[in-house]
Structures are given as C-alpha cells and as structure tokens.
Design a protein around this ligand. Structure first.
Ligand code: ZN
Ligand code: ZN
Length: 338
C-alpha cells in the first residue's frame, strides 16, 4: 500500500492553494482600497484639498485627466509618426522546446526590454498633476503601436542541433508600446503636494494604476478576479479534501491489516507453544531448566558465547545479552542435547 503519490499530489495542491489564497487576499485588499479611494477633479481647489490633509498627502486617490508631456514628447522609435510620454520596446523569442514527457511545446521568452519615460502630467484645462514613476505602475494601459514577427530561417543543421538540445527557435517578435500624449487616463495612487507641484506616485498600499478604464470598471475587474480566486480556492480545497480522505482511508486499512496480522501471529505462536509443551519430557533436573522461566528445558544456544540457557519460549524476550555471561548475542540456534 503506497501513499507517496497521494502525498506528493497533496503537497502540490496545497502549494497551489496557498498561491490562490494569496492572490485572493491581494485582490480583496486592492478592491477595498479602490472602493474607498476618493475621486477628485483636477482643478484649482485640488491643491488646497491635499494641503489640508496630514503630511500634505492622500494615500490613495483617483484623478482623471489628459496625458500631457512636460517638455518635448518622446517619438516612437519604430513608428515615428507616434509620440508619447512613455515607451517600452520588447523583443520576444518564440521557440518550441521539448518539455514534460517529451512533448514539444510552444514557448515565448522575453529576450530584451528597453523602456523610456519623460516627465508628464494629467491635465484638465490649465491644471495638472505630475505622474511620477509611471513605469512601476501595477496596471499600465499603453497602446501597442508596433508588432512585428520575423520567422527564423533554420538550416538542416539547426533542425538536427535543435532536436538534440530540445530547443528550436521559431522566430522573433518585436513590439513597441507607447503611452500616447493626449490620451485620457484614470490614475489611482498616492497624491501629494511637493513644494509647488501636485504629484501622484505609487502608493505603498496598492501601487499605481494608469488606465483608460473608469474607477468603477477597475473595481469590477478586481471584483471579478476576486471571484475567480474564490473558485480556484474551492476547487483546490476540494482536491485537497479528496486526497486527505484517500490517505486517511489507506492508513486506516493498513492499520487494520497490521492488527489482523498481529492477531494471527499471536494465535499461531500460542499454538506452537502448546505443541512444544506437549512434546517436552516431564521430569527434568534443575540444571536442565531454562534460567529465565525455570519450567521448560534449555533449547537454544546463544552465539558466540555458546551458552545453552534459554527455552524456545523465553528466547524471543532476551534480545541483546546472554543472561549467564552478559556477552553480546550475535546469533542463536536450536540446541539438541543427545
Ligand atoms: Zn524459559
Ligand atoms: Zn553466555
């Protein structure tokens, strides 16, 4: 009876369950923070509202405005007609690799990424809030302005080499994402007054969101994610419960079987003892009797000391030392005294 498979399955399932619970807690926290985050208009009053707060900052606030570069906007490297304030160029390798059980699987691997950003603000007419550290936003809605895939031309040698190494390149994909100037965004993060400027940066509690969606759509997105996490937790929990049930059932059966074996063993032993007692001579002198029970004849020789001092019934209870000379018992055998 082997419970190793079930235990390994249970371990993996518990790890996944732990990750799902963590994801759920994160989504729950972000949903709560987002729901409680106040929304402000970017206008002449905003600075005085923030200045009145403790530390001249609001830990989690929602603002909406138009992306406006503070200076000359960045020009897209690959599509020069596009300009923006933030640019991310990524190079991905598409390949097939021999994976689990020898199957070839498609993989996409990030080879290189380069990002560029410039100071910018969200504006509403003549008022604006500078956005700081936008590249570290946990949600960043940017436009993909360039996406090109170049299939690799492989020689016969590459195919053979790929077969042995287990990895074969299929092609390279280059993408460029730009946060365009003039896009209308919702920003959620820590709002503070620093000297003369109003700025927003990632909040310690929930990061920074820069998204084209409204606050309610974002909240809905996290609510949905929360429910997906609950479904995953329920599923993993059910799998764990089934596996624990299987393990308990197997252990219970094993214990039952051991008890049954012990009972049979005891009965056979008793029967053997009875048979031996019947075949023993009835009259024995004292020096012929076992030194432990002083009832049965001496029947077992202990080695290497060579003492014949135990009967067959007492022998199993004397495990390590000869009762006569205290010598170590290495082996024992039946002794026949003729
Ligand atoms: Zn005895
Ligand atoms: Zn001895």
């Amino acid at each position: 009876m082997n419970i190793l498979n079930e235990c390994v399955g249970l371990g993996v399932d518990l790890v996944i369950l732990g990750l799902c619970v963590r994801e759920y807690m994160h989504n729950k926290k972000v949903t709560r923070l987002l729901k409680s985050a106040p929304q402000y208009n970017i206008d002449g009053n905003l600075r005085s509202i923030v200045e009145r707060k403790v530390d001249k900052s609001i830990p989690y606030a929602v603002i909406r405005g138009t992306v406006t570069p503070m200076g000359v906007p960045l020009r897209s490297t690959l599509v020069p007609s596009v300009s923006g304030v933030l640019q991310i160029v990524k190079l991905h390798e598409h390949r097939v690799a021999r994976g689990f059980a020898g199957f070839w699987m498609e993989q996409r691997r990030l080879l290189h990424t380069s990002a560029n950003e410039m100071p910018f603000e969200l504006r509403n007419q003549q008022h604006g809030v500078e956005i700081v550290d936008a590249l570290n936003a946990s949600v960043l809605d940017v436009d993909v302005v360039y996406d090109s895939y170049e299939p690799s031309s492989l020689s016969a040698f590459d195919h053979i080499f790929g077969f042995f190494t287990g990895v074969r390149q299929k092609g390279l994909q280059t993408t460029e994402e730009v946060l365009r100037e003039g896009s209308f965004l919702t920003a959620i993060g820590k709002l503070e007054v620093d000297g003369n400027t109003l700025r927003m940066q990632p909040s310690q509690e929930g990061g920074l969101f820069l998204t084209t969606a409204t606050k309610s759509a974002i909240v809905q997105r996290f609510e949905d994610a929360k429910w997906t996490s609950i479904l995953k937790i329920t599923f993993c929990g059910a799998v764990s419960a089934i596996l624990i049930g299987l393990i308990v059932k197997k252990l219970y059966r094993k214990r039952k079987q051991q008890q049954e074996e012990a009972r049979i063993h005891k009965r056979l032993e008793a029967e053997r003892r009875e048979r031996r007692a019947r075949s023993r001579p009835l009259t024995l002198s004292e020096d012929q009797l076992c030194v432990v029970c002083v009832t049965n004849p001496k029947e077992i020789i202990l080695l290497p000391c060579g003492h014949v001092c135990l009967c067959e019934d007492c022998s199993p209870h004397i495990a390590t030392q000869c009762p006569v000379c205290r010598g170590k018992i290495v082996s024992r055998s039946a002794a026949f005294i003729a």
